[in-house]
Design a binder for this molecule. Structure first.
Ligand code: SIN
Length: 283
């Protein structure tokens, strides 16, 4: 098994591993690489949904999927992200991850890791961008670090509560879906969290989910949030993953934000299988 750095501050590719038959030592090396590099791309995998689930479960309990009707039959924890259409119906979620975010920061127990297996990539586009929130925190001015110390962000799941995002026109049920989600309670998390394993501090907010700052007037909160949103995706913190078919990419939502960049149109199909490992409450 070989591990090679991909991005400036994070990201690594792993070759020579077969996730269907990992030795305990290889699994530990992958876990270590995940913590060291934050985003890992394990190349050339042949994974059934059952095998992806088995690999994912080695990291912890899995999240259920909010978009339950786009999961694979018999595998409710495997979500299909796809723009493919069969019998006139979408086979998967078309607008997954279209704004910068950390997965499930709107949940009581936000995600630890997301695991995406590339079943089919389009001929152009379909890249995923990742931004390193530990590097972004380190690069803040001392004044800004001091200003946000102790502040907590408000995270909301419904896009209808967030003026910084919009519902994709490609998603037929979008308006009703996000209308129903307005009833889901917001979550409050520190703007800076400490990684439970590496102990690194990282920014923990995103334009997709963070809509305010607890106890602060909206205009004052927006001034801080807009500055942080601009800062956290500066090019030096970003690694852009260009997918190969059969890549399995896994990222650490406790210190990374990400977004799908689009840039492809049906019938050029992109299909991914997604599992998510649940995490702890951010502190
Ligand atoms: C996601 O946000 O989980 C999906 C990202 C992608 O499809 O590139």
């Amino acid at each position: 098994m070989e591990i090679r750095r991909l991005g400036a501050t994070m990201g690594a590719e792993i070759t020579g591993a077969d996730l269907n038959r990992l030795t305990p030592q290889e699994f530990e090396a992958i876990r270590e690489a995940f913590h060291a590099h934050k985003v890992i791309a394990i190349r050339d995998q042949n994974l059934t949904p059952a095998a992806q689930l088995a690999f994912s479960r080695r990291f912890g309990a899995l999240e259920d999927q909010l978009n339950a009707h786009y999961t694979i039959d018999g595998y409710p924890e495997v979500l299909v992200l796809s723009n493919d259409i069969r019998d006139g119906k979408p086979v998967g979620l078309v607008d997954g991850g279209d704004f910068w975010h950390s997965d499930s920061s709107h949940r009581e127990y936000p995600s630890m890791a997301t695991i995406l297996f590339a079943v089919k990539n389009p001929s152009t586009g379909g890249d995923t961008e990742f931004a390193d929130m530990a590097a972004a925190f380190e690069a803040l001015t001392e004044q800004m670090k001091h200003r946000i110390a102790g502040l907590k962000g408000v995270h909301a799941v419904s896009k209808l509560k967030n003026r910084r995002v919009r519902i994709s026109a490609r998603r037929p049920d979008g308006k009703d879906f996000y209308e129903r989600q307005k009833a889901i309670p917001d979550q409050i998390w520190p703007l800076v969290r400490t990684h439970p394993v590496t102990r690194q501090k990282a920014l923990y907010l995103s334009p997709r989910f963070t809509i305010g700052i607890e106890g602060m007037a909206q205009a004052d909160a927006d001034e801080i949030l807009d500055a942080l949103f601009e800062h956290q995706i500066r090019p030096e913190f970003v690694y852009r993953h260009k997918w190969r078919d059969r890549d399995l990419v896994m990222w650490d939502n406790r210190c990374v934000i990400h977004r799908a960049t689009g840039g492809y149109e049906y019938p050029d199909v992109r299909t991914m299988h997604r599992t998510v490992v649940a995490g702890d409450k951010p502190i």
